[in-house]
Design a protein around this ligand. Structure first.
Ligand SMILES: *Cc1c(COP(=O)(O)O)cnc(C)c1O
Length: 355
């Protein structure tokens, strides 16, 4: 085996999806499994579907294309509006996409007609997080434009919170979304079957039993993959937190001072680091770096191992308090947060081992 390795335990992901999909089902909500953190790896996608997800969401057209080429024929939703350059591909690989822009929707419609399809669109509504979505007061008029566009079908509306502005999805925000849906239904005389309430941050509302009735879908990534809601990052009861493991290999183990010496300027990333002098201690260098992981999102599973930092390719750890032998080739295991997982899954230098 060549390291670093990202192990993916599909049994645990399937279990998490099952726990969350049944919790949602009790409220009449469908689980759209979001697999973008692992580039929609087919094994993860099939675990999500087996665990009860009714479809898959990813923000990259390329990931959906690769997923389709692996044989996936289930529902695929593009979570980020394609740019004009990707509209043709988007309609080939995605059944639906989240949109806020009439020009893009018109390009999607043209591409869909050319491909002999109808592309489904969900109109995103801005609820205060200030990422994607039209302002509430413009929702009816934009929805009207979407409805008039040939080649697309407006199937619903959606919102996304807690991503850019850190704005929490509350009951009030969800009620506003439902109210906007009603306004559109009345003004345009259409059904709007899908009310897509948000992402893993909405799991907080689910756990607090504070989700209003009428939301039909949640698009959930982190909570099914890593077992946490994302408002406080508390565990979702019954979910595994360790479906993913990063394993990296020791390439140097030496006793060294803890404080660098010489004239101090910037580190490899333009930051000026500060160090506490803790005397001479054992330190291990592991062959993994910022190209492969986010060192601030990596948590050692072994007691007595502490991450000091990382450059592009070197992960430096204090191992003074580790009880056990360390030699070159010793493997250490780590839990990952979303940021570290995203990077590990994306790095071509991290081997993915699926079980
Ligand atoms: C990434 C993404 C999600 C899933 O987010 P998680 O926090 O991983 O659940 C949902 N919706 C949109 C629009 C996204 O981009």
């Amino acid at each position: 085996m060549k390291y670093p390795v990202l192990t993916i335990e599909t049994r645990k992901i399937k279990h998490n999806a099952r726990v969350i999909s049944s919790m949602l089902k009790d409220m009449g909500i469908d689980l759209l499994g979001v697999s973008k953190a692992v580039l929609s790896h087919p094994a993860v996608v099939s675990a999500l579907i087996q665990g009860g997800a009714y479809g898959i969401g990813d923000s990259r057209v390329q990931n959906l294309r690769e997923l389709r080429k692996s044989g996936f024929s289930g529902r695929a939703v593009l979570l980020r509006s394609p740019g004009p350059s990707l509209c043709k591909e988007a309609v080939l690989w995605a059944d639906a996409s989240l949109n806020s822009n009439p020009r893009i929707v018109s390009l999607l419609g043209e591409a869909a007609l050319a491909a002999g399809k109808i592309h489904e669109v969900v109109l995103m509504i801005e609820l205060g997080d200030l990422r994607e979505g039209v302002m509430v007061e413009d929702a009816v008029s934009v929805a009207r434009e979407f409805v008039r566009t040939r080649g697309v079908r407006l199937i619903g509306i959606g919102a996304n919170l807690a991503c850019f502005g850190g704005v929490v999805p509350t009951r009030e925000k969800m009620e506003l979304l439902l109210e906007v849906a009603d306004r559109i239904r009345k003004a345009l005389g259409i059904t709007l079957a899908v009310i897509s309430g948000g992402n893993s941050a909405n799991m907080r509302l689910m756990l607090d039993k504070d989700m209003p009735e009428g939301i039909t879908e949640l698009r959930i990534g982190e909570a099914v993959l890593l077992g946490r809601e994302t408002v406080n990052r508390s565990p979702v009861p019954g979910c595994y937190l360790d479906a993913f493991t990063l394993k990296a290999e020791v390439i140097e183990i030496l006793r060294k001072p803890t404080k660098p010496w010489g004239e101090i300027s910037q580190d490899a990333f333009g930051e000026v680091p500060t160090f506490e002098d803790r005397g001479v201690r054992w330190r291990a260098i592991l062959a993994a770096g910022r190209q492969d992981i986010d060192p601030t999102g990596l948590y050692p599973r072994s007691h007595g191992v502490r991450i000091l930092g990382a450059s592009s390719d070197h992960l430096v750890c204090d191992v003074e308090d580790y009880q056990g032998n360390i030699t070159t080739g010793t493997i250490f295991e780590f839990d990952l947060n979303y940021s570290a997982l995203l990077r590990a899954a994306t790095s071509p230098h991290v081997e993915k081992v699926v079980s």
